[in-house]
Design a protein around this ligand. Structure first.
Ligand code: CA
Length: 283
């Protein structure tokens, strides 16, 4: 069941902080003090956390609005237009929090919330403790109750105020700080801790840039699979087009160099396709 009956204009009827990109649906502009680009004091102590926020929302201008503002606030936004894409990004990018729309094209957002919450902690590929904030046009009491029953941590109805959404995100992140997360990923002599954003090679810590780490984390999620350039650009950089393959190639090249410190070979360029991470014994 989807809430696709919701008028398109309503979903984009959100407060837009100064400087944010104008939505293509011509959303009404509210003057929002403290929104988006000016940071309230409460945000300051969160500056050290570069949280990755997954936005699962099929309405283009709402998703773009959220990604733009989250990015302006120093978060790392990931965008998904469907539950399937959201699932994939959860599995490969380990977001710190997900914003979930309920009316998604391929499944009801409540099903996705339930799926995450009931994931097997050991064998599952999703993180059952991932903070989930439902953001939806469905606003009545029954809808809210159902969402909490299914396992969401917070609920906000559209139209919404971005400063309020941000405040709720910060509250959820504060509460989830230090929570146990899906364990470390090990690929041969390489070890990755998604929560600590640290990787070790033969027990020695690696110094990686934010994007190099994100790229490594994405590849390590399925070490034997070949990821296409498009997938990596979309997943790690959020690019929707293939115009920036040189960015990916230069990051992959630097990452490969750092991983060969001890003679191992990890990041493999699969000519004409993309990249894969393999155990150091290969090559
Ligand atoms: Ca929707």
């Amino acid at each position: 069941m989807c809430d696709s009956s919701l008028p398109a204009g309503r979903e984009s009827d959100v407060a837009r902080p100064h400087g944010a990109r104008k939505t293509d649906a011509g959303a009404s502009v509210c003057s929002c003090e403290g929104g988006g680009l000016s940071r309230p004091r409460a945000f300051e102590d969160m500056d050290t956390i570069s949280a990755t926020i997954l936005v699962i929302e099929d309405h283009d201008s709402t998703r773009t609005f959220l990604a733009d503002n989250l990015s302006a606030d120093g978060f790392d936004p990931l965008e998904a237009e469907s539950a399937e894409e959201g699932r994939r990004l959860m599995r490969t990018q380990f977001p710190d929090l997900a914003i979930v729309d309920l009316g998604l094209p391929d499944c009801d957002g409540l099903e996705l919330v339930h799926e995450v919450r009931t994931t097997d902690r050991i064998a599952g590929s999703l993180d059952p403790d991932l903070p989930l904030l439902v953001l939806t046009g469905r606003g009545n009491e029954l809808d809210r109750l159902r969402a909490f029953e299914r396992g969401c941590d917070d609920y906000l109805s559209k139209p919404f105020s971005y400063p309020e959404l941000r405040a709720r995100i910060l509250a959820l992140l504060r509460r989830s700080r230090g929570r146990p997360r899906s364990g470390r990923i090990r690929v041969g002599t390489l070890e990755i801790d998604p929560l600590a954003r640290q990787a070790w090679l033969r027990g020695m810590p690696l110094t990686l840039s934010k994007k190099e780490f994100a790229l490594l984390r994405a590849l390590a999620a399925e070490p034997t699979r070949v990821f296409t350039r498009e997938e990596l650009l979309r997943g790690v950089w959020g690019f929707r087009t293939l115009g920036a393959t040189r960015t990916l190639d230069s990051h992959a090249s630097r990452l490969r160099k750092k991983l060969t410190t001890f003679g191992d070979k990890f990041v493999i360029n699969v000519w004409g396709v993309g990249y894969r991470l393999v155990d150091g014994s290969i090559g």
